[in-house]
Design a protein around this ligand. Structure first.
Ligand SMILES: NC(=O)c1ccc[n+]([C@@H]2O[C@H](COP(=O)([O-])OP(=O)(O)OC[C@H]3O[C@@H](n4cnc5c(N)ncnc54)[C@H](OP(=O)(O)O)[C@@H]3O)[C@@H](O)[C@H]2O)c1
Length: 226
């Protein structure tokens, strides 16, 4: 299995590399030139292609011959970074490749998610302030997700809860809609968010799904998971 990890140098990205190597996958990774050093500990075990993840030429080269692509969707800046990255992957990934994208709970596929006041506040107030400061553009990630949902590629959009660091607790549990009782604890270990994405590469039940995840050891998962 040959996979590409787009945005490999970030916190989530490095866990993705770790899990993929543990499974014996051949890994090609894309990250910004200035972040290549963050992948030093994987030297000799992965191929690094430096470049902006929304550079279509970079993505075309990186995903060539891959069976799967893991994409960290990052809404940084206000120049459509998430949308550009996503569109490049959708356009250039080999036909039939499994595509797995990360985002947060605020992305909704069918509008049937039920959000807490805290999450609404984050998106509507903090999100808007961050856009005004030209740091983060959540609408860009929303547009990127809309394009994925409309695509006929073999995609999965993994929607992460709040994240924390720590030892793996195993594969998170998931539900179709935020607001479902199993998700109430709203916390997942970052290492397990990555685990879920890597597992999704070989789980065809997740094709065309947008699972919202939560840590399997959280109180809500322990109470409500089947
Ligand atoms: N943080 C949370 O609480 C949370 C919660 C739910 C879901 N998520 C989702 O998880 C994913 C990553 O989250 P994370 O918190 O773990 O972050 P992360 O892994 O550290 O990822 C951040 C990514 O953004 C890139 N980046 C940062 N600044 C950039 C810039 N100015 N230009 C271009 N790229 C830049 C980083 O690349 P460099 O290494 O080059 O800087 C890295 O690939 C996202 O899809 C996010 O929506 C996060």
């Amino acid at each position: 299995m040959k996979i590409c990890i787009v945005g490999a140098s970030g916190k989530l990205g490095q866990y993705l590399v770790q899990h993929a190597l543990a499974r014996g996958y051949e890994v090609v990774s894309v990250c910004r030139q200035e972040s290549v050093g963050k992948l030093d500990r994987f030297e000799g075990r992965i191929t690094v292609i430096p470049g902006a993840t929304d550079d279509r030429e970079v993505i075309e080269r990186a995903v060539a011959g891959c069976d799967g692509v893991l994409v960290v969707m990052t809404p940084v800046g206000v120049s459509g970074y998430s949308t550009g990255t996503t569109q490049a992957v959708l356009d250039h990934a080999p036909p039939g490749a499994r595509l797995v994208f990360s985002c947060g709970w605020h992305i909704t596929r069918d509008g049937r998610d039920v959000y807490s006041w805290k999450l609404k506040l984050m998106v509507n107030v903090v999100g808007r302030l961050a856009r005004l400061a030209r740091m983060v553009d959540l609408d860009d990630q929303v547009e990127a997700a809309r394009r994925i949902f409309a695509s006929d590629t073999r995609w999965t959009v993994v929607r992460g809860s709040d994240l924390e660091e720590g030892e793996s607790q195993g594969l998170p549990v998931w539900s179709e809609h935020v607001g479902d009782p199993v998700l109430a604890s709203n916390l997942t270990r970052r290492v397990d968010f990555a685990l879920f994405m890597v597992e999704a590469l070989v789980n065809d039940d997740l094709v065309h799904e947008a699972p919202a995840i939560v840590g399997r050891e959280t109180p809500s998962a322990l109470t409500h998971a089947a």
